[in-house]
Design a protein around this ligand. Structure first.
Ligand code: CDV
Length: 314
């Protein structure tokens, strides 16, 4: 008896600045319809799915900034997606900009994703930990990347959730480049990590990386999958969004590290794979049997030290 989940990686093409959430949700539902025809149990949408990637602009006015954020979920605009998915019996995950209020009513902004079960219940939430970019306006850049200005570091860690008959985890975009992301979930027995990304082709601080960006995209997700014996589903928002080209290559990756399905366009597209969660088992019980082979007494620096400190010279 296998624990098979049929997964749809629901890549989205560019979202224009003036595109409404209602229009975006209609595109998401069109992908959900396709997923249903393919027999999907679970659909993965990108990071900040509901709007254009607004951190590319410097926004000083708080009311204007608030317009890119959601104060509740489901919201009026996303309710049709929740309804249609529950009607189809398909679970899903997507990312959005969240405004949360603490006990004192203070406002907190996060780059968030949620996990929704087949009956429409939100069963998991993750807030992005690794925020790339910068906090101040840097006019020398062709476009801004102000995640460090608009979002706080996620306060939930990397939780995993029992859902879809397995152990599910989430991360978001830049998180996928950090081995710690996968390992913290790997240590909780994760069997499928989902993530969305908005990755510009151009990396203004290091343009020499641009040519290898697509290679790095798959490199980190494939190694994260293999080294932690888990499925990884990485889904792009891509194409030319408001003059900024972003990479596609959404992929479903097996615990072997192999890509088993991949998008080939830069638009709305669904890549589908049958993902047997029990494929994780042989890796978790052999080469990556953590309990047997890890030596954490030698890994202290990973949590004690933030930046690299080379040994003294001479
Ligand atoms: N949205 C992102 O986190 N993007 C980053 C870019 C800025 C490098 C990424 O890691 O893909």
């Amino acid at each position: 008896m296998t624990r098979m989940i049929t997964v749809g990686a629901a890549q989205m093409g560019p979202i224009a600045k003036d595109e409404s959430r209602g229009q975006v949700v209609n595109r998401m539902i069109a992908l959900l319809d396709r997923a249903r025809r393919h027999g999907c149990d679970f659909v993965v949408y990108p990071e900040l799915t509901l709007t254009t990637f607004f951190p590319r602009w410097f926004i000083e006015d708080e009311t204007e900034l608030d317009q890119w954020f959601e104060q509740e979920m489901p919201s009026n605009e996303t309710q049709p997606l929740f309804q249609k998915a529950a009607e189809y019996g398909i679970g899903f995950t997507f990312g959005y900009a969240e405004i949360a209020r603490d006990d004192n009513g203070a406002k907190h902004r996060y780059n968030t994703s949620i996990l929704v079960e087949k009956d429409g219940r939100i069963v998991g939430k993750y807030r992005k930990v690794h925020l790339p970019g910068h906090a101040e306006h840097e006019p020398w850049r062709r476009f801004q990347h102000l995640e460090k200005r608009y979002f706080e570091t996620g306060d939930l860690g990397f939780p995993v959730f029992r859902a879809f008959g397995g152990i599910m985890g989430m991360c978001i975009c830049n998180d996928r480049r950090w081995p710690e992301t996968y390992r913290v979930m790997g240590l909780q027995g994760v069997e499928m990590v989902t993530l969305g990304y908005n990755t510009p082709v151009e990396n203004p601080p290091a343009p020499e990386h641009d040519a290898v960006g697509p290679f790095h995209n798959h490199l980190v997700m494939q190694s994260g999958a293999y080294q932690n014996a888990t499925w990884v589903v990485g889904v792009a928002k891509c194409g030319n969004e408001e003059g900024v080209p972003m990479i596609g290559q959404s992929a479903i990756i097996a615990p072997s590290g192999e890509i088993v399905a991949q998008c080939h366009t830069l638009g709305d597209e669904l890549a589908v794979a049958d993902c047997d969660l029990d494929l994780c088992k042989s890796y978790k019980e052999s080469v990556f049997n953590f309990a047997m082979h890890r030596e954490p007494q030698h890994y202290g620096l990973i949590v004690e030290r933030k930046g690299a400190v080379p040994p003294p010279e001479g």
